[in-house]
Write a protein that binds this ligand. Sequence first.
Ligand SMILES: *[C@@H]1O[C@H](CO)[C@@H](O)[C@H](O)[C@H]1NC(C)=O
Ligand SMILES: *[C@@H]1O[C@H](CO)[C@@H](O)[C@H](O)[C@H]1NC(C)=O
Ligand SMILES: *[C@@H]1O[C@H](CO)[C@@H](O)[C@H](O)[C@H]1NC(C)=O
Ligand SMILES: *[C@@H]1O[C@H](CO)[C@@H](O)[C@H](O)[C@H]1NC(C)=O
Ligand SMILES: *[C@@H]1O[C@H](CO)[C@@H](O)[C@H](O)[C@H]1NC(C)=O
Length: 443
Amino acid sequence: MQSPMSSPSPIFHFLLFFFFFLSPSFAAFLAPITKDPTTSQYILSIYLKTPLQPTKLVLDLGASFAWVDCTRRYKSSSYHHIPCSDPLCSAIVSLACSNCFRRPAPGCANDSCALFPENSVTRQTIIAEALVDSLALPSTDGRNPARFARVPEFVFSCAKTSLLKGIAKGVTGFAGLGRSNFSLPAQVSTAFSSPFLFALCLSSSPSAPGVAFFNSGGPYYFLPEIDLSKSLIYTPLILNPVGSTIITYYLHPSDEYFIGVSAIKVNGKDLQFNKTILTIDENGFGGTKISTTTPYAVLETSIYNAFKEAFVSESAALNLTVTTPVKPFGVCYSADDVLSTRLGPAVPTVDLVMKNDDAFWRIFGANSMVRIGSKDEDLWCLGFLDGGAHPRASIVIGGLQMEDNLLQFDLEKKRFGFTSSVLSHGTMCGNFNFTINGNLKQN
Ligand SMILES: *[C@@H]1O[C@H](CO)[C@@H](O)[C@H](O)[C@H]1NC(C)=O
Ligand SMILES: *[C@@H]1O[C@H](CO)[C@@H](O)[C@H](O)[C@H]1NC(C)=O
Ligand SMILES: *[C@@H]1O[C@H](CO)[C@@H](O)[C@H](O)[C@H]1NC(C)=O
Ligand SMILES: *[C@@H]1O[C@H](CO)[C@@H](O)[C@H](O)[C@H]1NC(C)=O
Ligand SMILES: *[C@@H]1O[C@H](CO)[C@@H](O)[C@H](O)[C@H]1NC(C)=O
């Protein structure tokens, strides 16, 4: 028996063509994120240049734009510079124009708009030309990657090899995902006239990559068929009015992501400390920042001391006795004493309570403890560090706390979505299905 659909008319094919290739409603993209085991850096894999070349960049959530080492092996038929008089040059808050007297290279032209790319691991910065070239990412339906789509005029900064110091092998730059109009998600959203919205799921496993979704509020499917967008809880994104970059962009608001944590609880008990420092002051100090280039959470000293005391005392109730800590950690337990659960080692829970509502980000052992193994000892150490007495941000939520959590950054609605541990939803960030689905024809 034949259904009416099995022999579609040419008109139907024609309509199908328009639906798949011209529909502007579907423009979500993805990029895999791996964790470098040596440096604990999160690496985003994208494609640049013509012909397309795979490019690995350190994922830098708070950075304003991407930068790439242009001095080695830069071969592309599609790059061009931005002249100083181009309106694009003032739009990217460029502070300088550069005159180049070196041997001509892609990142080297006279009368070229310049930027200050930063290595946020070493806190090094240089002046370097801005460049425009083609970027490509796989599109996605939220389940699988599909065909590539290009951002033909992707703006980034062309740095030198020396800026790569301290960076994982095989990586040639940084991918800035910050609030700026020139961050990677911002440019992808501009290119496809879609919302400035992206999500990250960092994998704790070096062998199973996590994933970044761009331009998509969901679905975000992870095996076995779990849509994590349904588990998001929201809190406002907070703008820090003063940027933190060392020498540059003076008086420009920060492109980093801050959220309004108003209290911290350990095993449900509220920590006592002066909560004034949880609000950002007029100099940009205080508040809670989210950072992918900080491996473990960092707390201002008064918060750290209250936190450590509460954690040690609550752990004692679980019969855990601290042992000599291993630097940089301040609290460690012998791994033999700590029970395992599906949410990691059995230790007290930590809640980051959000301002103005009762939403809280619950942190279980998998996101609070670090396994330190050597031939002499096997420890679980508390992955929250002392940040000193007067740090810029009072709380920095680091990579360890973000792993196996789905986090959404919605710049249109100015809100931050989080799931807490997706292990409790029966999946993990390494469970995205990266098999290319050739049947998806969008874009
Ligand atoms: C830049 O200008 C200098 C001095 O005029 C010249 O020697 C050099 O070749 C120029 N470089 C490029 C890349 O055009
Ligand atoms: C970023 O782009 C938006 C929309 O195009 C514009 O309204 C805003 O002024 C831009 N921001 C900056 C800092 O240039
Ligand atoms: C809390 O800190 C702020 C700013 O450092 C200070 O002005 C205030 O007096 C402190 N409050 C208490 C109760 O100590
Ligand atoms: C702690 O140890 C004591 C004595 O060995 C035992 O009675 C108690 O049940 C233990 N508590 C927990 C939470 O394991
Ligand atoms: C992964 O996706 C491919 C393409 O859609 C599908 O054929 C395959 O069954 C999926 N794998 C699993 C484990 O579901």
